[in-house]
Design a protein around this ligand. Structure first.
Ligand code: NAD
Length: 370
């Protein structure tokens, strides 16, 4: 792999390799774009097969965060970090404190958070070394579980999709097929059922399905049958790549609006949905509620503000659908275009004031609204 060529191609501002022999730290922090503000993105710990695999992962994920934050209307850029190591056996106080120091040296250009296989206990160690961290425990002014916000944002996105597709946003009038009733899926079912909607659910975890059936009166269907359901809206809330060449031709759905990350297996699958006149709510735009929620920690967490901000997902999606129509492109491409247009316009406004984005000064110490 040609390192600098790869970084050039993905248009990253900065890639930092962090190493501490005594702590066993091998980490990469990727800062993709800070035009809108400091780069925020989670830390992931994974037993990567190679350093190249870790680098590719962090470059791909940090770029995704730039687009997500931009479409969400946040004054944040995109970044991400990975620690190379086995999260089951190689976690330690020294490891996370060494990582925290590396974050601190960046002086606010990168703000870290939880991601795959990192929990609030790990974040406590990071917090000992740096203020540039969100997603910490509530006793430190953290925002807690993001899932209800992600679900609420998805619900707002469903409303925007209904309005675009059917000319009304009467959630209860339509039927939904929810794939995965975990943290987000279950909360989403709650909101849909509250409006009186018919909701089909599936999950590989039978207990999770039983809970949705018993507590919310959803209807259980088989794991493979979910793609064939006669429902108006498909809500992927489990895995990525479920919108693919095998599943899309089976759809009777009129729209897809769910929280899962990386739903499209390929870009062509977005075209396939467009051809079949199935309205797709781009994943990173509809599932931004969790990011919005955690971003409020930077100014002192306020739950009411988080709810209010999450509602903007409705308008973000409406704009994406308008761009898709205006330019006759897929909604996925329209979301990318919206993100890029915002970065370009806001970037121009910022430049005369000094040329460089301001770094964040550290999380607010005295705010704990819980
Ligand atoms: P979760 O692990 O709590 O729930 C996922 C559920 O999907 C589990 O119950 C699991 O058993 C089920 N599942 C796994 N494989 C399945 C399959 N083949 N068929 C049916 N069900 C299957 O995760 P979550 O936090 O609810 O997140 C759900 C999705 O939303 C993920 O793609 C996640 O990346 C994305 N997301 C979550 C958040 C958040 O705030 N939690 C934010 C943004 C995006």
């Amino acid at each position: 792999m040609n390192l600098f060529e790869t970084i050039d191609e993905t248009e990253h501002e900065q890639v930092v390799f962090c190493h501490n022999k005594d702590a066993g730290l091998k980490a990469i922090i990727a800062i993709h774009n800070t035009t809108l503000g400091p780069a925020l993105g989670g830390l992931r710990m994974w037993n990567y097969e190679s350093e190249e695999e870790a680098l590719n992962d962090v470059l791909r994920l940090s770029r995704g965060m730039t687009y997500k934050a931009s479409v969400a209307g946040l004054n944040l850029g995109g970044g991400k970090a990975v620690i190379i190591g086995d999260p089951k056996t190689e976690k330690s106080e020294a490891l996370f404190r060494a990582f925290g120091r590396a974050v601190d040296w960046l002086n606010g250009r990168y703000i870290t958070a939880e991601d795959v296989s990192i929990d609030v206990n790990d974040m406590e160690y990071i917090l000992q070394e740096t203020d540039f961290v969100v997603g910490v425990h509530q006793t430190h002014g953290g925002s807690g579980d993001p899932s209800p916000f992600t679900a609420y944002g998805t619900y707002q996105g469903i409303k925007a999709s209904l309005e675009t597709k059917f000319g009304n946003e009467d959630v209860g009038k339509y039927s939904y097929a929810v794939q995965g009733v975990g943290h987000v899926g279950f909360e989403l079912c709650k909101l849909l059922r509250k409006d009186g909607a018919k909701v089909f659910v599936t999950d590989i975890n039978e207990e999770a399905v039983a809970r949705a059936v018993d507590e919310l009166e959803c209807e259980a269907v088989g794991v493979e049958d979910i793609y064939d359901m006669d429902a108006d809206c498909f809500c992927p809330s489990a895995l990525g790549s479920i919108l693919n060449e095998e599943t899309i031709p089976r759809f009777k759905f009129k729209m897809v609006a769910g929280s899962a990350n990386n739903q499209l297996a390929t870009e062509q699958c977005g075209e396939l949905l467009k051809k079949r006149d199935i309205l797709y709510a781009p994943d990173y735009a509809i599932n931004a509620g969790g990011l919005m929620n955690v971003s409020i920690e930077l100014e002192g967490y306020d739950r009411k503000r988080a709810v209010r901000m999450t509602r903007t997902i409705y308008y973000n999606l409406k704009r994406i659908f308008k761009i898709a129509e205006r330019d006759d492109i897929t909604t996925g491409k329209a979301a990318d275009r919206m993100a890029e247009e915002r970065i370009e316009t806001i970037g121009k406004i910022k430049l005369p004031y000094g040329g460089r984005p301001r770094a964040f000064k550290g999380r607010s110490k005295n705010n704990n609204n819980h």
